[in-house]
Design a binder for this molecule. Structure first.
Ligand code: TYM
Length: 335
């Protein structure tokens, strides 16, 4: 890989199957970026430990994400595709950054406040320092672009803070500023099917469309998506749950189908049942090639272990180089 290309880093936690939100917010950009930038894409298994998965499930989930990355079109020859826990330099940098990360700023992070509210019995230190580990992931490769969905915006702001702070405290210029990236004009938030905010596993499997879901499962999930009783006034603004369906259509359907239902909504003739049927069929068509590849790749243990090994080697080259500079800057010089 040529060093002159801009550096890109991003990762996904292995919490089960990848879903449409992961694909649209992150992976779709990865696939495009891998040939234009020097890319490091990984499976964020350290991050997933905040919720204490059992070891067997964790291992299976790591394998699943690796297979799904490949099925989506990540090319292990073009990018470095690795498992975060294969790189011991990442927790080393995380520990060093933690020395300059403050309780007040960490407690104010929205994702921490959210988790502290929803899992009051497990507010662990890993959860509090999650953005520090994420900063370490990114800046250890000196990345400037980080393809992520909208929900990661604040974490990127923290990564910039930690990078700049390290440079300032140790009077060095090791880390450039990383910025969230999307090929479109804005970062993306794919909505869930239950009428709430973003598509997310934490709101249950019925809220998400997994890339590996079968056509029947997709039809069932979409038919149960939350809507309302229908518009009663012409040209009214859709409620958030109906807007979610339009957003999903925008992601996977042809523009004439989307326009047809927008017009039907505007003149109050829309039938949500028809719209859902159309959306389900378009979703199935969109995901079919990926789903077929997932099935084949998941069975190929030899391929998966080869990819992980080569990816770790590529990433190690970059992480060890940066950590040599970091250790010197901190004062860990050899005698
Ligand atoms: P995670 O595992 O929750 O999600 C992985 C990626 O998918 C995006 N995403 C979405 N985008 C749009 N709409 C949605 N509904 C949606 N749901 C998820 C996320 O924005 C993300 O890009 N902290 C990260 C993992 C991570 C990381 C990193 C990312 C660890 N270290 C370094 C980038 C760089 C996370 O939990 O993502």
């Amino acid at each position: 890989m040529k060093a002159s290309k801009e550096i890109v880093v991003s990762g996904i936690r292995p919490t089960g199957n990848l879903h449409l939100g992961n694909y649209m917010g992150a992976v779709k950009n990865f696939i495009k970026m891998q040939y234009d930038y020097q890319c490091y894409f990984f499976i964020a298994d350290y991050h997933s430990l905040t919720t204490h998965p059992n070891p067997k499930d964790l291992h299976e989930n790591i394998k699943t994400v690796l297979a799904e990355y490949l099925a989506c079109g990540l090319d292990p020859d073009a990018c470095a595709l690795y498992i975060q826990s294969d790189l011991t330099q990442i927790p080393e940098l995380y520990m060093l950054l933690n020395m300059h990360a403050y309780l007040g700023e960490l407690e104010r992070v929205a994702s921490f406040k959210d988790k502290a509210r929803t899992q009051p019995n497990n507010i662990n230190a890993g959860l509090l320092t999650y953005p520090v580990l994420m900063a370490a992931d990114i800046i250890i490769h000196k990345a400037v672009k980080v393809p992520v969905g909208k929900d990661q915006e604040q974490h990127l702001e923290m990564a910039r803070n930690f990078a700049n702070r390290f440079n300032r405290i140790y009077s060095c210029d090791i880390f450039p500023e990383p910025h969230a990236f999307n090929y479109g004009t804005e970062l993306i938030k794919i909505p869930g099917l239950q009428g709430g905010g973003k598509m997310s596993k934490s709101d249950g499997d019925n809220n998400v469309i997994n890339l590996s879901d079968s056509p029947d499962v997709i039809r069932k999930k979409i038919s149960r998506a939350v809507t309302d009783t229908g518009p009663t006034e012409a040209n009214s603004t859709p409620t958030s749950s109906v807007q979610n369906l339009f957003d999903l259509m925008q992601a996977v359907s042809a523009s004439d189908a989307l326009n047809h239902y927008k017009i039907a909504y505007a003149n109050c003739s829309i039938r949500y049942g028809d719209m859902k049927k159309q959306l389900a069929e378009d979703m199935i068509t969109f995901l079919q090639p990926i789903r077929e590849k997932i099935e084949a790749i998941k069975k190929d243990d030899a391929l998966l272990s080869k990819v992980a090994k080569i990816g770790a080697e590529k990433a190690l080259e970059s992480t060890s180089k940066t950590m040599k500079e970091v250790r010197e800057a901190v004062g860990f010089k050899s005698f």
